[in-house]
Design a binder for this molecule. Structure first.
Ligand SMILES: [Zn+2]
Length: 156
């Protein structure tokens, strides 16, 4: 997709390298799933729920299989939010590298995912009355292990 968008704007995408590792062609699968540390971000995010899994071949397959990894203690909606938060944070990291020439570290991307998740739990999920700063310090106890409101638990 990245290359397709480049092509639309008149850039020749053949041989376009990933700006973060400068080793592989930049494809959507490489960027979001297979880049040396993209997978580490996924692992960190899944780790908050003690979920472990192997990466799919493509981000499309990963998206399609994501709901089947949904742990019991997490609502389907929160699990979807986590997926979006990881993808958005990786995309932001890539763009910061390109447009601001800023070096991006794995823990910064994980922190961004954590922040987006906490923000969602606080303002949309409305599961917690804790301060955001407390929630950020301990995602596991302040977000992940919150009792799930009965109504928002979807059947699956
Ligand atoms: Zn790369």
């Amino acid at each position: 997709m990245v290359k397709e968008v480049m092509y639309m704007f008149g850039f020749d995408p053949v041989g376009l390298k990933c700006v973060l590792c400068n080793l592989h062609d930049e494809t959507i699968d490489h960027l979001f799933l297979h880049r040396d540390w993209s997978w580490k971000v996924w692992k960190a995010a899944m780790g908050w729920w003690e979920v472990e899994f192997c990466a799919s071949r493509t981000i499309n397959d990963w998206f399609l299989g994501w709901s089947s990894l949904n742990p019991l203690q997490c609502t389907a909606r929160a699990w979807q939010i986590l997926f979006s938060a990881v993808v958005w944070s990786l995309w932001e990291a890539r763009n910061n590298r390109i447009f601001k020439n800023s070096k991006v570290l794995i823990h910064q991307v994980v922190d961004m995912v954590r922040f987006m998740l906490v923000w969602w739990f606080k303002h949309c999920g409305k599961w917690s009355k804790d301060q955001v700063s407390l929630m950020l310090l301990n995602v596991k106890d302040r977000c992940v292990n919150l009792p799930i409101p009965k109504k928002s638990r979807s059947a699956h």
